[in-house]
Design a binder for this molecule. Structure first.
Ligand SMILES: [Zn+2]
Length: 161
């Protein structure tokens, strides 16, 4: 999947119109060459669980792998699209956006949720990407959604000839 960087809110909505697109994005950024089980190391298509779209199940060791594990979104009840949109808003033209503004923009019922998202994104974004696997994702969003250098270029890059 070739990622391109949304230049506008309209562009963002075309790239991430809903939860499935956000899930697919997480999957392809984590496994650029297809799913490899972190538990047994076997590369194969993972099983999907209809009721748990953020989970991939290994066909070999049957381990459930969470797409959000190791990211700031781990165990979140908030939709991934809300996180992606928050990351987009934060990295675009809204510096100093307050949690209240974010809550309104995302239509979140709880102020606390908006506050946590904002805080986690801020912490993630000011740290270098290699700092911790847990903070890798927001930096990636910073680079991938809004431009900048391509993360992981040279590793796992498939050149078609
Ligand atoms: Zn496995």
């Amino acid at each position: 999947m070739k990622t391109h960087h949304p230049q506008s809110l309209f562009d963002f909505l075309k790239l991430f119109p809903g939860e499935p697109e956000c899930i697919a994005y997480l999957e392809t950024t984590r496994w650029t060459n297809g799913f490899t089980c972190p538990e047994c190391g076997i590369s194969d298509t993972a099983q999907r669980i209809a009721t748990r779209p953020r989970i991939l199940r290994c066909r070999h060791c049957h381990k459930d792998i969470s797409l959000t594990a190791g990211t700031i979104m781990h165990a979140t009840r908030t939709s991934l699209q809300a996180w992606f949109l928050a990351a987009y808003l934060m990295t675009s033209k809204t510096p100093g956006m307050s949690a209240l503004q974010l809550q309104r923009q995302l239509g979140l019922s709880r102020y606390e949720t908006a506050f946590q998202i904002l805080h986690k994104l801020r912490v993630g974004m000011v740290r270098p990407s290699r700092d911790s696997i847990g903070l890798d994702w927001p930096v990636e969003v910073d680079e991938t959604l809004v431009g900048g250098r391509t993360r992981g270029k040279g590793r796992g890059v498939v050149t078609s000839q």
